[in-house]
Design a protein around this ligand. Sequence first.
Ligand code: NAD
Length: 326
Amino acid sequence: MKILAFEVRDDEKEYFEKYAAKYQCEITCVPFSLTLDNLLLVQGYDGISILGWSSITAEIEDGLKKLGVTCCTTRTVGYNHIDVTHAHKIGLKIANSNYPPTGVADYTVMLILMSLRHYKQAMWRGHVNDYSLKGLQGRELNELTVGIIGTGKIGQCVIKNLSGFGCKILAYDMYENDEVKKYAEYTDLDSLISSCDVISLHTPLLDSTYHFINNERIQRMKDGVVLINCARGELMDVDALIQGIESRKIGALALDVIEGEDGIYHEDKRTDIISNQSIAYLRQFPNVIMTQHMAFYTNIAVESMVKCSVEAIHDLINKGTCATSI
Ligand code: NAD
């Protein structure tokens, strides 16, 4: 069995070697994305593994089938970069990956704490030997109410993590979960929006959640609200966030993801001109923390993403099905 793996980072290579040995397959790793221009490279391979930057359109899928590839697996949880409907129509098998929610949940709590304790400003000062305290007085979680929107795998894990800090936790989801009820109180969205000191989003990006945090909802939040997004950038309207920061309605903002991040995040852009004005503008505020979509990025998650991808191709070819089939 031969696999061609696209977009392979150096830190993934040891895991590709490990799972090539385990599943007795030959894996070729390349650092670039799959495109129409390099499609011919797949000739002679049974399956391909991709990350999120390869856009698997109907045209590419037709080409894959024609060139003898029978399955395509993505080493990401999300698969909106693959035309799954067309793949099903032509019989190209598709699978995604999974990894434990703990890494993103830990990161979310870290961003909450960094925001509440003005860590960005403290770090800036340290760089220039300014050890003053003025303006750095923080708030403690045990006197605050935290709202979690979306109580699926990650939201639930964030709630469990937060339960050790003594804060009041409110939760909102269309589907209530008994495990969550041990640590948090479900409430309606309006009450959560208007009564929380910290609000963290953990829903998927859907038509119904696009710009979930907009100007109107921000206006109904508490003054000085702390907003956290480790889910998807498009859940928050960037213009509304900028307005909220400028008017001081938002006390602090921590974003691991942002609308328009594609093509910028995960790239070394030091010598490029970055034309996304919102990213540049938001980044300079002392109370806005932004990271490059890295909440998932731990040893456990990276190994799991590679393992799922190789295992899925092995199982799809040998058994016709796999645990992460889409
Ligand atoms: P999940 O599917 O397990 O949970 C999502 C939850 O959101 C579900 O309980 C669902 O009912 C709820 N939901 C959907 N629409 C809603 C709405 N309109 N209002 C309230 N709740 C709603 O997903 P997950 O694995 O917990 O992932 C959560 C988010 O984290 C996703 O957006 C995912 O893409 C993102 N994510 C980010 C990173 C990162 O590195 N930053 C890594 C992994 C996942």
